[in-house]
Design a binder for this molecule. Structure first.
Ligand code: GLN
Length: 381
């Protein structure tokens, strides 16, 4: 067994979802919506299954989907991507793996901002590189640029940025992004930009891609996800884009990871991306209402909820809420005894600088489910 995998435990998301299934708990742990998916996409996928080829699509993705991705970004973010530089992947997790394998070599160092998706560090290690952590601290999870400066060495090759940030639900400021771009250019780093939450934002909060900052075009990868944009996490349709040699290397890495992803789902995502913004707006409005409902319920029950502007998640500060348990113990007991699954945020940190009093709750659920979860948590606390 490769030592990276020999040392690896089951991911917290799968473990907590398993516990929720076994105990019958309400699952506010792993992030996925229980609200209805957009009907036009379900129809489009069903139609494509019946009427179109079910054999291998082009490895880099259906041309129609790659084109739709570029048009979507032009419309919603003012970006000028070229379809030749876009590779469709089986979810953003594959894109992250492909980007790390394509761009990182043994002995390199890769900066990870923590909290981090728990796939990043093992993938960096499996590429023979060394993850170097820069910790973000609650409640605002600001990017500590001075700590980043101390973490960069002559061996630093890349950084992985998740913006908007899961689990915090925060969005990097223009100044933070400019600071990150400046360092990438100054130290000749590649930025692997996991932007899967780019279109799950609230309160009019804007998103700007780090890849669009001056000097970043030839040194960045933009990763996106239909699962997050449309709330269809099981479809596992994502993509990655990079200019020039980077774009080519990404495509090469992908061709021998999964080769291609289900064509019917690609057709449906292409249709979805081309739909009027009103469809997305309606889904965002539903998610915003769920977010407000869970926040109000938790606050009424005496929980302190951190500010959030994006993602499907709210974070509760247990210590500030007068709960003495650490997050891992709380999450374990809440799912087994309280009937509600949550994610302990410390699981998304490595090393000393980990906060141990924050749990993450997913709010994209029907209102009565959220109300019942709050009632159970209020009883349990
Ligand atoms: N990103 C998801 C979450 O935060 C987990 C992804 C996964 O479990 N593969 O809940």
């Amino acid at each position: 067994i490769n030592p990276v995998y020999a040392a690896l435990e089951r991911t917290v998301f799968d473990r907590i979802s398993g516990l929720a299934r076994d105990t019958g708990a309400i699952n506010l742990g792993q992030g996925f919506p229980d609200t209805p998916p957009p009907a036009p996409l379900i129809e489009a996928a069903a139609r494509a299954l019946r009427e179109r080829s079910n054999q291998y699509p082009p490895g880099a993705g259906l041309p129609q989907l790659r084109q739709a991705i570029c048009e979507y970004y032009a419309r919603r973010q003012g970006l000028a991507l070229h379809p030749d530089r876009v590779t469709v992947t089986s979810g953003a997790t594959e894109a992250i793996a492909a980007a790390v394998l394509a761009l990182v070599s043994p002995g390199d160092e890769v900066i990870l901002f923590q909290p981090a998706y728990d796939a990043y560090a093992p993938m960096v290690r499996r590429a023979g590189a060394v993850p170097v952590s820069v910790a973000l601290a609650p409640p605002d999870f600001a990017y500590p640029l001075d700590a980043l400066d101390r973490a960069i060495t002559a061996r630093t090759r890349a950084l992985i940025l998740n913006d908007p940030l899961n689990p915090a639900g925060t969005v990097a400021s223009e100044a933070e992004l400019a600071g990150l771009a400046h360092r990438c250019v100054a130290h000749d780093l590649v930025a692997i930009c996991d932007e899967v939450w780019e279109d799950v934002r609230f309160d009019g909060r804007a998103h700007r891609s780090l890849t669009a900052f001056p000097g970043m075009a030839g040194r960045s990868v933009k990763i996106g996800s239909a699962g997050k944009i449309f709330g269809l996490t099981g479809w596992k349709i994502g993509w990655m884009a990079g200019d020039g040699a980077i774009g080519t290397a990404l495509a090469r890495a992908h061709q021998f990871l999964t080769f291609a992803s289900a064509p019917a789902l690609q057709w449906a995502v292409a249709e979805g991306l081309a739909m009027p913004d009103a469809m997305l707006d309606a889904q965002r409005a539903e998610w915003a209402a769920a977010r407000a409902r869970l926040r109000a319920g938790l606050e009424d029950a005496g929980f302190v909820v951190l500010p959030n502007a994006a993602t499907w998640f709210l974070c509760v500060d247990l210590a500030a809420s007068g709960i003495a348990l650490d997050d891992a113990t709380f999450a374990d007991r809440a799912v087994r005894e309280g009937g509600v699954a949550t994610i302990p945020v410390s699981a998304l940190y490595e090393g000393e600088a980990r906060p141990t009093t924050i749990v993450r709750l997913c709010f994209t659920k029907p209102g009565d489910v959220l109300d019942e979860a709050v009632e159970r948590l209020a009883r349990f606390r």
